[in-house]
Design a protein around this ligand. Structure first.
Ligand code: PEP
Length: 252
């Protein structure tokens, strides 16, 4: 099995003490040469966690960045600022941002362009709601969300792009997609990328996210087009996160 890419999404959780303890425990458990673990932490803690990760194999990521360059955009965070703080990844278009904060496909696409220009690897989240799945619209929704990005992304970005398929109904609910259902959507995404990128599509990591836990990680990661996971709730518990990393074959 190929080594998987495992990205933690801490969401709006943490604090100085909790972050220190969690990061220390993860650093202790992940081998020095792992090279495919990412911690995406809240903006205010990037410097703290970044300092702890220095010299380790674990990368730092953020959970959002602006579609604008620096300027009069109160409350926004520019992609270049994240790079300065040591980030190499950024989650963009998470369903919580789309649903709770009204981010549109075009906005997500513009953010991806800025992130790539700054040198970040964007983890672009796509996924259908429960209603859309029930209406048989899963592939259509995922395609629309991803095409918006691919339409404006520069060609050179394909080497940096990461896609996370995250069915909205599976996020934080304890109801993961079955490995078979997730694989079916991943294969569809791979095909879409193949039409755009040709053989380069193979190199785009496709992560699955939505209630990945130690108990279901191995079965999900065994699927040929699931290249890793975006982990929310379970990434806040060191033991669970490390067990998921182990399921992704990152521990040796
Ligand atoms: C997420 O927020 O990206 C996520 C997948 O959350 P959870 O693992 O808690 O479902």
């Amino acid at each position: 099995m190929r080594k998987k890419l495992i990205a933690a999404n801490w969401k709006m959780n943490g604090g100085l003490v909790a972050n220190r303890d969690l990061t220390q425990a993860i650093l202790k458990g992940v081998p020095e040469n792992a090279s495919s673990v990412v911690l995406c932490v809240p903006f205010p803690y990037l410097a703290q966690v970044g300092a702890m990760l220095q010299g380790s194999s674990i990368a730092l990521g953020a959970q959002n960045s602006s579609e604008y360059g620096s300027g009069a955009y109160t409350g926004e965070v520019e992609a270049g600022m994240l790079v300065e703080l040591g980030c190499s990844y950024v989650i963009l278009g998470h369903s919580e941002r789309r649903v709770l904060f009204g981010e549109t496909d075009d906005q997500v696409a513009a953010k991806v362009v800025k992130a790539l220009a700054a040198g970040l690897r964007p983890i672009v989240c796509v996924g259908e709601s429960e209603l859309e799945r029930a209406g048989g619209k899963t592939k259509e929704v995922v395609e629309r969300q991803l095409e918006a990005v691919l339409d404006v992304m520069p060609d050179v970005g394909r080497a940096s792009l990461i896609v996370a398929y995250e069915p909205v109904w599976a996020i934080g609910t304890g109801r993961s997609a079955s490995p078979e259902d997730a694989q079916e959507v991943h294969l569809h995404i791979r095909g879409l990328l193949q039409r755009r990128f040709g053989t380069d599509a193979r190199g785009v990591p496709l992560l699955y996210g939505g209630s990945v836990k130690p108990a279901n990680a191995s079965a999900l990661f065994a699927k040929p087009d699931i290249d890793g996971g975006l982990i929310g709730g379970a990434s806040l518990v060191a033991g669970d996160f490390l067990a998921i990393c182990a399921a992704g074959d990152l521990m040796n």
